[in-house]
Design a protein around this ligand. Structure first.
Ligand SMILES: *[C@@H]1O[C@H](CO)[C@@H](O)[C@H](O)[C@H]1NC(C)=O
Ligand SMILES: *[C@@H]1O[C@H](CO)[C@@H](O)[C@H](O)[C@H]1NC(C)=O
Ligand SMILES: *[C@@H]1O[C@H](CO)[C@@H](O)[C@H](O)[C@H]1NC(C)=O
Length: 382
């Protein structure tokens, strides 16, 4: 708590005109903002419906072929909280349609949530996984597989990383080494990938330089180093393991629980902070599988996406990479693999601008994690 106060609250507040970006927490009934000009359907369902209906380049999201999926899927991604947000005019980038995504129906408009009233921030108060969980609990199989649409494979592997009480330390020297690697445009860490560089180059003016950035899930600070190297105004890492950042100007770290608390507290005082861009590489596919001591949660990934839509400016950018395949799979407890079923559900609050990938490989390969460029539709008036 003390650490969060020191780090998170020192993130400089963005000096945007307050009325355009104000958020009013509905539980703070007594203190309505005076600049709430245009009333709109503020129910969770209403916000969701509006996000779905935003027209981009004269089209809404391409329809999906759900005739293949006739069963009713139970979803529980919910909302951040019953937040009312002043609608802002957003500039959406023209969609660069990826042929593979088109033919596979990954541009699909997903079914609506069946439990919208669920507050996604509550995911951070679920109990941590303190003991290895080798199988999906019987009562949650339908939730994890979306009623059997996604297959589960227990044969790929099992890992339990007991991160209880783990503390990482990121010193200035440590970060500097990564920054030098970025400057030399070297492949990154365990993924040996240089996939990030073209994305950084293409989107630096919109999403990085002099912008407030967040990184969701981080084992090694290579995205953080890259963002600092591209002159981000600040970089905030949100990660289950506690990270002590020692004397690195502009770099901050919080746990998801601490961040959720700070957001809720901020909402109560109308001092909610937004990021210009959020970055997540190879993290969400683990969320909810218990591999890294995180709570068992069939919708952990979807709820985190919901949260991101409420920590990102309306129209702000999310750069997301998860394992991608022609077929949806869960390799319990290692990770999820996203295909035509779960992908559109994953980014349903977002406008998909671009996919940094060529063809999707015909066999499932965990390492195939194309970077998706998404824009937040929640909070947009147009
Ligand atoms: C949708 O999928 C079904 C079953 O695979 C197929 O018969 C139908 O032609 C598809 N419809 C469209 C519009 O692609
Ligand atoms: C995980 O680590 C914590 C703290 O070190 C310890 O108390 C706990 O027993 C460990 N759990 C397992 C299953 O090893
Ligand atoms: C799992 O799905 C059932 C409905 O099929 C629902 O009642 C239950 O609350 C879900 N569990 C979780 C943890 O969301």
């Amino acid at each position: 708590m003390g650490y969060r106060t020191k780090c998170f609250l020192t993130v400089p507040y963005l000096m945007v005109p307050l009325c355009t970006l104000l958020i009013i927490a509905s539980y703070q009934q007594g203190k309505k903002s005076s600049c709430r000009a245009h009333p709109f359907d503020s129910s969770a369902t209403g916000v969701f419906r509006r996000a779905q209906q935003i027209i981009i380049n004269n089209v809404v999201d391409l329809p999906c072929n759900w005739s293949k999926h006739t069963r009713t899927i139970y979803l529980c991604a919910g909302m951040c909280s019953t937040v009312v947000r002043e609608k802002t005019k957003c500039i959406f980038h023209p969609r660069i349609v990826h042929e593979g995504f088109k033919t596979l129906g990954m541009y699909c408009k997903p079914p609506t949530d069946s439990c919208l009233e669920y507050n996604a921030w509550l995911k951070d108060s679920l109990p941590l996984t303190q003991q290895p969980v080798r199988k999906i609990p019987r009562n949650l199989v339908n939730n994890f597989t979306l009623d059997g649409l996604i297959s589960v494979d227990y044969g790929v592997g099992f890992v339990f990383a007991n991160y209880t009480g783990r503390i990482l330390t990121w010193t200035a020297n440590f970060i500097q080494k990564y920054r030098e690697q970025v400057r030399a445009r070297e492949p990154f860490g365990s993924y040996s990938t240089d996939a990030l560089y073209p994305v950084l180059d293409a989107y630096k003016n919109f999403a990085i330089t002099q912008k407030r950035c967040a990184v969701i899930g981080s084992e090694y600070p290579w995205i953080e180093a890259a963002l600092l190297e591209y002159a981000a105004a600040s970089v905030t890492t949100i990660e289950y393991s506690k990270i002590l950042v020692v004397k690195v100007p502009g770099l901050f770290a919080v746990t998801p629980g601490e961040f959720a608390n700070a957001q809720q507290a901020g909402a109560a005082t109308n001092r909610w902070d937004f990021f210009d861009s959020v970055w997540s590489y190879s993290s969400l596919e683990h969320d909810g599988l218990g591999r890294y001591t995180d709570p068992i949660n069939p919708y952990g990934d979807l709820q985190t996406m919901t949260k991101i839509s409420c920590m990102l400016k309306p129209g702000g950018f999310l750069f997301l990479a998860v394992p991608t395949s022609l077929r949806d799979e869960i390799h319990f407890n290692l990770h999820r693999v996203y295909g035509p079923v779960r992908y559109p559900i994953l980014y349903r609050y977002f406008h998909l601008v671009q996919v940094f990938a060529e063809e999707i490989p015909s066999t499932t390969n965990y390492g195939f994690q194309p970077i998706l460029v998404l824009q937040n539709k929640v909070g947009c008036a147009n």
